[in-house]
Design a binder for this molecule. Structure first.
Ligand SMILES: CC(C)(COP(=O)(O)OP(=O)(O)OC[C@H]1O[C@@H](n2cnc3c(N)ncnc32)[C@H](O)[C@@H]1OP(=O)(O)O)[C@@H](O)C(=O)NCCC(=O)NCCS
Length: 196
C-alpha cells in the first residue's frame, strides 16, 4: 500500500527527484558530497562547475547559462528558489535561502537596445553574445539567511550572518550581521552580539 502510494506521488512529480545524488549518476564536472541532497540535477549542455558540501540540501532550480559558469554551495546549507549562473555564484556554509528566491549573476541583456536587438533571434538559433552583458560574481557568505521571494542581483556579496528580508531586491553588498530589506534593499539594522 505504502509502496503503491509512493509510486503514485512520484509519478505526479513534474521534475526528476534525486534524494541523494550518487556521483556516478551526475555530470562528471559536478562534485557532490556523499550525503548532499540535490533534488533537481541540472541538465546542461555547457561545461560548468557545481559543487555541494556535506549535509547540504539543494532544492533550487539551477540554470547554467554558459561554459565556465561555476556554482559552489558549502556545508549544512539549504538552497531553494532559482539560481541563474553565467559567471559564478558562491554560497557558504550554514546558509538558508528560502523559496521563491532568485539569484542571478548577470543582467541577461545589454541595457542598450541596439546591443540587445538581436538577442531573441540569436537565442532561436542557440547563440548568445555575452560581450555586452554585464555580469559579476555573487557571494553569499556563511550563516546568511535569505527570506522568501528575495532577488539577489549581479555582483552582490551578502556578508557573514547577513539577513535579507522577504521580497527584497538586493543590488548592493549586505554587511556582515546586518538585516536589509525593500526594493532596492536598504539596511534595516545591525544584529547585536546576542543575536549572532
Ligand atoms: C535594471 C538592470 C538591468 C540595471 O542594470 P545596471 O545598469 O547594471 O544597473 P546597476 O547595477 O549599475 O544599478 C544602477 C542603480 O539602479 C539600482 N537598481 C538596479 N537594479 C535594480 C532593481 N532591479 N530594483 C531596484 N533598483 C535597482 C541600483 O541599486 C543602482 O542604484 P544607485 O544608482 O542608487 O547606486 C539590472 O539591475 C536588473 O534588474 N537586472 C536583471 C535583468 C533581468 O531581469 N534579467 C532577466 C532575464 S531577461
Amino acid at each position: 500500500m505504502i509502496k503503491r502510494t509512493l509510486k503514485r506521488v512520484l509519478s505526479l512529480t513534474p521534475y526528476r527527484i534525486t534524494k541523494r545524488a550518487p556521483q556516478e549518476h551526475v555530470n562528471p564536472n559536478f562534485d557532490f558530497a556523499e550525503d548532499a541532497t540535490v533534488r533537481r540535477i541540472p541538465n546542461t549542455p555547457y561545461t560548468v562547475g557545481f559543487s555541494v558540501g556535506a549535509s547540504t540540501i539543494v532544492e533550487a532550480l539551477v540554470s547554467f547559462e554558459r561554459d565556465g559558469a561555476t556554482l559552489s554551495v558549502g556545508k549544512r546549507t539549504f538552497v531553494n528558489g532559482h539560481l541563474v549562473v553565467s559567471n559564478s555564484i558562491e554560497i557558504g556554509d550554514d546558509v538558508m535561502i528560502a523559496w521563491g528566491t532568485t539569484v542571478v549573476d548577470h543582467n541577461s541583456h545589454s541595457i542598450r537596445f541596439s546591443e540587445r536587438s538581436r538577442d531573441v533571434e540569436d537565442w532561436a538559433r542557440g547563440a548568445k553574445n555575452w560581450e555586452k552583458v554585464v555580469s559579476a560574481p555573487v557571494r553569499i557568505d556563511n550563516k546568511a539567511w535569505i527570506g522568501f521571494n528575495a532577488i539577489i542581483l549581479k555582483g552582490v556579496n551578502v556578508g557573514e550572518g547577513g539577513i535579507v528580508a522577504a521580497g527584497s531586491v538586493v543590488t548592493k553588498d549586505v554587511l556582515p550581521w546586518t538585516i536589509v530589506g525593500g526594493n532596492p534593499a536598504k539596511q534595516i539594522r545591525t544584529l547585536g552580539k546576542h543575536e549572532r
